[in-house]
Design a binder for this molecule. Structure first.
Ligand SMILES: [Zn+2]
Length: 551
């Protein structure tokens, strides 16, 4: 609560115009306390126990990964996914609170008592139009047009659950104090919940947040990452209907306003910074051609590298919408559907986690795994047919020499500006994919995903054990957060205390496909794996010499 108040106060004082980030190109902050503290022999044993525990749960990991994959639900509609995951957590002794922050599919699961409180999070939502048979290295939907896990968000929460169970067993046996909390990134693809969780105190009393996200290697980084923060805003226009042929002069077209705003933005884009990414979809284009559209809407993502520039783009968008309303004599309203701060990850925790990454190392890939990866890379026409990762990357650190040229966003950014946070990347996907696409679903319910989750769960469990048994690490994490990260910066949220979560999103898509999708839910009591249930030979790769020919 204290933090929420402080944030609100800062927002009032700043008039929400101050920069929340250092200007680009300035040197990184001075060196912070390291997070590498030697393990006691006892902690070494705990980590071995946790590793063994995770290996013993490999079957459970596979079942959870495959189940969530088969649900394939979009943001705010993760009904089956949340029911299933909370059910698993309750089965293993966690206490679940549902519907947090006014979001029906959001929840928090807790076990243990006292400090430290370690919060394990990961996203759970899918991608529109990404239905895809796993293990098949070309476009082959389970249900054409349906959503699916075209980013691999089915893997992260199973990873956290396995890690949490492994650590819980050690805590119970040796009576270690501390609390493990698990929480899902609902509607991450809409960047639409984590700022709301922060605002509503979901992380109250949390000491460290260990987030995890699927990748194609095992890794972690600290400092300001590349990529952008963003705001997501829907503009709606209201005009008047009329017979489009009989009396068009009596109508005022909301669709005209949408089109004018859209084309205005395309002209303006030339005069925006290179790091900006802005994109839109028309959410409502009217009803039918012979009725002048009374209502129309356009939904923009405005992305930039820092608070001030995001705010600036949002202001430009607002002006343009006002202009479009003036030109068409329509009425404009707008609302925030999502928001994400640029990310800043904790140095001490990242360093501690990286030590565990080096201990765990990459999974051993089979010939079949590599054949799937290479088959897909060939299918996509990638210049490099690299297969799966064979070498760990370095600990990621800020590079002041390299300008941030922009990119995607993750609303874990908002969490990272309020609590010491890192994101563990784990190798459950294939390198070289475009993202948000059917191709990212191919590995997500195969041995590649299963092995990546097991490796990641070991790292996550070992890092939780570090945090539970080394108070000096938690202290170093907060030292970095307070004295380096927040030294000249204040967190000014894009949302206000009244901004509602956009829980209506994606309902129509799921209403359309859910009944059909239910037929393909994974049943682990009948089938060893989801590949078995679907009758897919692993791997299935194209044998023609010209993989692009059928496109
Ligand atoms: Zn994601």
């Amino acid at each position: 609560m204290k933090r929420v108040l402080a944030v609100a106060l800062v927002a009032m004082m700043s008039g929400a115009t101050m920069s929340a980030q250092r200007p680009q190109g300035t040197a990184p902050p001075p060196a912070a306390p390291t997070g590498v503290f030697a393990d006691t022999p006892k902690l070494g044993d705990y980590k071995k126990d946790a590793t063994r525990g995770v290996d013993e749960m490999a079957k459970l990991a596979q079942e959870m990964v495959d189940s969530v994959f088969s649900f394939g639900e979009l943001g705010f509609q993760e009904v089956e996914t949340s029911r299933y995951l909370t059910g698993q957590l309750e089965k293993y002794g966690f206490t679940v609170q549902r519907g947090v922050a006014g979001i029906p599919t959001a929840w928090v699961a807790k076990w243990g008592s006292g400090k430290p409180v370690i919060a394990l999070g990961s996203d759970i939502d899918g991608i529109p139009q990404a239905s895809q048979k796993p293990g098949v290295a070309y476009p082959d939907p389970i249900i054409a047009g349906a959503p699916g896990h075209g980013e691999g968000h089915n893997t992260g929460m199973p990873l956290n659950i396995i890690a949490a169970i492994a650590v819980k067993r050690i805590m119970e046996r040796d009576k270690l104090p501390g609390t493990i909390m698990l929480w899902p990134g609902v509607a991450e693809e809409q960047l639409a919940t984590k700022a709301w969780y922060v605002r509503d105190g979901v992380f109250k009393d949390v000491d460290v947040v260990l987030f995890t996200h699927v990748g194609n290697n095992l890794g972690v980084s600290w400092g300001e990452g590349g990529g952008n923060g963003m705001v997501s805003v829907e503009y709606t226009f209201e005009g008047e209907t009329a017979h489009s042929a009989g009396a068009p002069w009596r109508g005022r077209s909301a669709l005209d306003a949408v089109e004018l705003m859209s084309i205005g933005w395309q002209y303006r884009r030339e005069h925006l910074r290179l790091s900006q990414r802005a994109h839109s979809v028309i959410t409502n284009g009217g009803d039918q051609p012979n009725v002048v559209p009374r209502n129309a809407g356009i939904w923009f993502y405005f992305r930039e590298t820092d608070y001030a520039n995001i705010k600036n783009m949002w202001d430009i968008g607002n002006k343009m919408a006002e202009g479009a309303a003036l030109m068409t004599n329509t009425k404009m309203t707008s609302r925030i559907l999502g928001a994400a701060y640029p990310q800043h990850m904790n140095k001490a925790v990242a360093e501690a986690m990286y030590e565990n990454i080096k201990t765990v190392g990459l999974p051993t890939w089979s010939e079949e795994d590599q054949a799937l990866a290479k088959g897909l890379q060939k299918e996509l026409g990638n210049p490099r047919i690299e297969g799966l990762a064979l070498k760990l990357g370095n600990l990621g650190a800020p590079n002041p020499e390299r300008e941030n040229t922009g990119g995607g966003s993750d609303d874990i950014g908002d969490v990272s500006w309020n609590y010491p946070t890192v994101t563990l990347r784990f190798p459950s996907n294939i390198p070289g994919l475009p993202g948000h696409n059917w191709s990212s679903a191919i590995a997500s319910a195969t041995p590649i995903a299963h092995k990546g989750v097991v490796a990641g769960a070991k790292v996550q469990a070992m890092t939780v054990l570090d945090l539970l048994t080394k108070p000096e690490l938690v202290k170093a994490a907060w030292d970095y957060y307070n004295n380096v990260q927040m030294k000249d910066v204040k967190y000014v949220p894009f949302i206000t205390k009244d901004t509602p979560p956009a829980i209506h999103l994606n309902k129509t898509i799921l209403d359309k496909y859910r009944e059909e999708m239910k037929k393909y839910y994974y049943d682990p009591t009948k089938h060893k794996t989801y590949l078995d249930q679907l009758g897919i030979k692993y791997p299935t790769v194209r044998t023609t010499s010209s993989p692009q020919q059928e496109k």
